[in-house]
Design a binder for this molecule. Sequence first.
Ligand code: SF4
Length: 417
Amino acid sequence: MLKPASLEWREIPWERALSAARPDVAGPLEKALAGLDLGMEEGLTLAKVEGNDLLALVKVADEIRRRVVGDRITYVVNRNLNFTNVCIVGCAFCGFSRGPDSPDAYFHSTDTLVAKSVEAVELGATEVCIQGGLPKDLDGYYYVELLRAIKARLPDLHVHAYSPMEITYGVEKTRLPLREYMLMLKEAGLNSIPGTAAEILDDQVRKSLSPNKLKVRQWIEVVRMAHGLGIPSTSTMMYGHTELPEHWVRHMLLLREIQKETHGFTEFVPLGFIHSQTKLFQKGGARAGRSVHEDLIVHALARILLNGYIPNIQVSWVKLGFEESLACLEAGANDFGGTLMEESISKAAGANFGEYVSPGEFRAMIRTIGRIPAERATAYKIRRVFENPDAEERLPLERLPIFSSTASHATMPPTGY
Ligand code: SF4
């Protein structure tokens, strides 16, 4: 088997790869190339491919990506703001959360978060992504007040904030109806929400990962409500723990059904499970994270199953690292995610990546696979295309040193986020 993202891999035409696949794999791939929706059985066949069939899946996904979104690889300049790591939910896959009395528990003040937002904008960011733990005594109006404080200072900054889990917690705390609570968030300046806390959208799997987390029905209810109110969201899936290929397929088909109805998902982001510092793995409850084989299948499968509905497939570089991210960007994905500026949640769960990548570094990596870098806004409006590597004006951010892992308490969303 050829090494992903190698020159040999890249130079194999999709037609040749497809012709070498078994008929039961080639059939669904041809159907996907024709723009038709695949069903559960076809998806499951593709989710289990190996060898030449895997190569065909990856090459066809890459070809569909080229037809749908072209050769640009986008990224957003953003900053993660994780206001607290104190959380009562107790997800077994989370290496980030702390009890309130833990020596490394933190809760950033609103002033600090506003100052970090201002700094982010000064450094070229167009978005802040806000998520955090769920402390027991959190005021249900905290989420609204934080939005108001940031928007009062930075009315044009895109605020991408609060997972369906956090929104459900806010509803529980305030006892407001979901619609009313979300309208209040929108009026306070919420621009979009992360479709995180999805993990695997299967209540049996969720029970083993996190019995206290919101149910599939609740996750769907929040994203549908958000989309209905004109608040777009991302969509995610955590893989590489206890789930099986059929869970991937069912999860993606469920997202596709929601998207047909709401058109509110901006992208799909597969999130590889970072296992090493989690209870789930340490107690023998999960496999040791995702493999490269799974990375390729999940990203390619997403491109194929979501074809025509969710045009953007994002790699999570903090979970995958750069080599695998680039391989997945040649297997159907088209977005590199955010520069993040600082991140420690995946780090807390044992990831080796996840501090900060400058826009210039993103662009350089994108060019190594012969694609065109483009900076986007959160909802995929292109801000700038970098056709010519020699004609670039460097953003101020690029002159900064990469933050060290101990230099900041700021974090990115937990593993399942
Ligand atoms: S994943 Fe989120 S909700 Fe679950 S324990 Fe970690 S911080 Fe809390």
